[in-house]
Write a protein that binds this ligand. Structure first.
Ligand code: BGP
Length: 473
């Protein structure tokens, strides 16, 4: 990979999400989101002050400039603007994002702005969340409001971040509020509704004639069979449809293939639940949006290896960073296994850079409407150690991880796949939704007591990459 240079204009970004970094959850009239109540009840993670991005965004954006980071992913916390999710508008919330975007531009950092990054307003969750028409309609109104309000400041919009994580963890995995388990039918119904509302928003953006770009961000974990056996291959297909393909078909092709729907039905049937309705009029909306979609964002962290499995669902989430504690077996889908020769993070995320290339190739080859891709998240959770003001935080394993994955991005570009930017998750340390403050991802270390930022070794590595557009050793 010696000769490779990333193209001019390539974005070297850092990613954040409002609820994970802003803190200030009760400030300036902000309404409650699903995490406020849930985290309070769990008593494990305090979302305040997180890394206090609400007040310290100027400093973080200045750091971006200093480190040649020319783009940032931020999200708007819906309940800062519409505290009840719909209706009444909170001007202080509206103003905050104006200030944030203004500062981005002052520092030469392009904002990629997500409308929904896991933080559904509680008032709308109470009405049924992704399963309720009211929430979907309110989402369209909130999106239209943002487009109009921030039109001159935001050129890149993202409708939804990782709808698969949202629906999967809300209805099957049980780690996102309201934390239901094993409800595959509701999970697919939520997925269906997310695809549809995403399409409505894309169509509304285009109909209004805005000149920016609009896309969606998918968490794509590449799924491989553990062996060549037919059973394992089928388990991999089922897992892929649950986590990737139902979304890819809906948002990038604008149509669910017969094969996709057959696999969805197989999963729902195996769990003794009711198959969802697919309405032809909805597919018209999906197709219109897929044809107008400007880009797709790919979040890639790990791959999965599947074995056939015929028992009941058993999911144990490794939220502690104690290696080897994760269990994932799903009825009607399959069992995730960990091949012995592959490394993993302390949270059991299998490190497999090749999966990044395979996924990019799949998205580009299988979905011909796709013409622009961003890696919107990639990074490594690590227990960084702070050893004093005068010592640099040595996160060499993270540098290795980033380097190996950047090499796969470079390989994809060389193969003609249009990847136009890359965002490290995360720009600075913040908390992890289900793992708390000890799972750090940032290029910048945050002392959560003083809120002071310290550049880690990886920040200097990334700076060199962004400066030279070549992957440093
Ligand atoms: C993605 C989310 C991010 C972030 C990241 C790391 O799914 O979009 O918000 O949390 O994953 O995940 P985790 O915090 O679970 O390690």
């Amino acid at each position: 990979m010696k000769e490779f240079k990333f193209p001019k204009g390539f974005y070297f970004g850092g990613a954040t999400a409002a609820y994970q970094c802003e803190g200030a959850t009760k400030e300036d009239g902000k309404g409650e989101v699903i995490w406020d109540k849930y985290l309070r009840e769990q008593g494990t993670i305090n979302p305040d002050p997180a890394c206090d991005f609400y007040h310290r965004y100027p400093e973080d954006l200045e750091l971006c400039k200093e480190f040649h980071i020319n783009a940032i992913r931020v999200s708007i916390d819906w309940a800062r603007i519409f505290p009840e999710g719909e209706g009444r508008i909170e001007p202080r919330g509206v103003e905050y994002y104006h200030k944030l975007f203004k500062k981005c531009h002052e520092e030469g950092v392009e904002p990629f702005v997500t409308l929904h990054h896991f933080d559904t307003p509680q008032a709308l969750q109470d009405k049924g969340g992704w399963l309720s028409q009211e929430m979907l309609d309110a989402f369209v109104e909130y999106a239209k409001f943002c487009f109009k309000e921030y039109a001159g400041e935001v050129r890149y919009w993202i409708t939804i971040n990782e709808p698969t994580s949202m629906a999967g963890q809300q209805y099957v995995g049980g780690t996102f509020p309201p934390a239901y388990k094993d409800q595959f039918d509701k999970c697919f119904k939520a997925e269906y509704n997310q695809n549809l509302v995403h399409a409505r928003i894309v169509n509304a953006y285009k109909e209004a004639g805005y000149t920016g770009q609009i896309g969606i961000v998918h968490a794509l974990q590449t799924v491989y069979p553990a062996t060549d056996s037919e059973g394992d291959k089928h388990a991999a297909e089922l897992k892929d449809v649950l986590e990737n393909k139902f979304y890819l078909d809906g948002t990038l092709a604008g149509k669910y293939s017969k094969h996709t729907l057959a696999l969805v039905k197989e999963i729902i049937d195996a769990n003794g639940q009711q198959m969802i309705d697919i309405k032809p009029e909805d597919e018209k909306v999906l197709l219109k949006a897929a044809k107008q979609l400007d880009f797709v964002g790919v979040n890639y962290y790990f791959s999965k290896f599947m074995k056939e499995y015929h028992g009941d669902t058993e999911i144990i989430h490794n939220g502690t960073g104690e290696k080897g504690t994760d269990v994932n077996r799903m009825k009607g889908v399959g069992e995730e296994i960990h091949p012995k020769d592959l490394p993993a993070t302390d949270w059991d995320w299998i490190i497999y850079p090749q999966g990044m290339y395979d996924q990019l190739k799949r998205v580009y080859d299988d979905y011909p409407l796709v013409h622009s891709i961003y890696i919107t998240e990639n990074g490594m959770g690590y227990k960084d150690k702070f050893e004093g003001e005068d010592k640099i935080i040595d996160d060499t394993p993270r540098i290795d991880y980033l380097k190996q994955h950047m090499e796969e991005v470079a390989k994809a570009i060389e193969a003609g796949i249009p990847v136009n930017g890359y965002f490290v998750w995360s720009l600075q340390d913040m908390f992890s939704w289900t793992n708390g403050y000890s799972k750090r991802y940032g290029l910048f270390y945050v002392d959560f007591k003083t809120q002071k930022r310290y550049a880690k070794k990886s920040a200097y590595w990334y700076k060199k990459l962004a400066e030279t557009r070549e992957i440093p050793p």
